[in-house]
Design a protein around this ligand. Structure first.
Ligand SMILES: [Zn+2]
Length: 321
């Protein structure tokens, strides 16, 4: 399960063989990047999750910028992993969550004006709302990252909806965008969850910007990806109170050209099915992200171009959203 939460894998040398008509790598905004504190790295290592690169590649913002090829980065804190059952129990979870968010916020400071910080929190915890408020007020967070798989959030459970709603309400009132890893990997996850998100959480809110990570799943591409996206398309078409929001889907970790920690790479046929789904959804709904450390910017752009076979015009549109 952890292995699909963070698709850690080796990064090859950044290749720059992109067409001239695409923007230079350093002009690209990567909206899905993970930076970890040394303490978070230790948490992974303590449960024997291998890291293929030196620690600095995951924890040092300047190394990360270098490897990604851009400074236009949205850093998503993974603070919600503290207290996750697969990492074992921690004594002072709320303190560790705060420290992790502090670490990512501090990295943004040194990173320059194009870097954004997203505060990570498990919405089911008692301290969740307090922490997002602290992130907003004290750390000047640019957004909130929620991970429904790591936090095992089931919108089909009314108590979970009651916990998630105040976070969204706060985001709407403060105009904070949310990046949501929506998939909780339950076998029944899909259309019912999309409906609840749309009607019970988002419909009553003032418009917010919501970025659904990895096309709504936990990475890769299969029939489930299609079902989730189709569920969103149906809701966007019929539910005006939902469609008033700025809903985007990030393509990070979807177009895998290598197996990644349990998620299989796409077949040629799946790459073309993905291209068809992208066109059905509309490139105006899609944003770019690498899920670093999974890929660098040039590597992933190259996949969109040569494997998914998007046109430069389509890629440029995605990059502009
Ligand atoms: Zn991610």
């Amino acid at each position: 399960m952890i292995r699909s939460i963070l698709l850690i894998s080796a990064l090859g040398a950044a290749s720059a063989c992109l067409a001239q008509t695409l923007p230079a790598t350093d002009k690209v905004t990567d909206r899905h990047v993970h930076l970890m504190s040394p303490r978070m790295i230790k948490l992974f290592k303590d449960v024997s999750i291998p890291f293929s690169r030196p620690d600095a590649d995951y924890s040092d913002i300047s190394v990360l910028q270098e490897r990604l090829g851009t400074k236009r980065i949205h850093l998503l804190s993974m603070a919600y992993l503290y207290g996750h059952p697969e990492f074992g129990k921690v004594e002072n979870e709320a303190d560790l969550v705060r420290a992790e968010n502090d670490y990512v916020a501090a990295a943004r400071k040194t990173a320059g004006k194009h870097t954004r910080f997203y505060c990570g929190v498990n919405p089911l915890r008692d301290y969740a709302l307090e922490e997002v408020k602290r992130c907003s007020e004290r750390l000047k967070a640019d957004g909130i990252k929620l991970h429904f798989n790591a936090s095992q959030v089931y919108l089909t459970v009314p108590e979970h909806v009651a916990r998630v709603r105040p976070i969204f309400e706060f985001a709407a009132s403060e105009k904070l965008p949310i990046v949501l890893h929506f998939d909780n990997t339950h076998r029944r996850f899909g259309e019912p969850d999309v409906k609840i998100l749309a009607s019970q959480i988002l419909a009553p809110l003032k418009p917010i910007r919501l970025q659904i990570a990895h096309f709504g799943t936990s990475g890769g591409f299969n029939s489930r990806t299609r079902a989730v996206i189709e569920g969103f398309i149906a809701e966007l078409e019929k539910n005006r109170d939902f469609a008033k929001h700025r809903i985007y889907f990030d393509i990070s970790a979807v177009a895998l050209d290598k197996d990644s920690e349990g998620v299989p790479k796409l077949t040629d046929e799946q790459f073309s099915e993905l291209a068809a789904l992208i066109r059905r959804l509309g490139t105006h709904r899609i944003v770019f992200g690498t899920d670093y450390p999974l890929y660098s910017v040039p590597q992933y752009l190259n996949i969109l171009k040569s494997r998914v076979r998007l046109t430069d015009k389509e890629i440029r549109k995605i990059l502009s959203n």
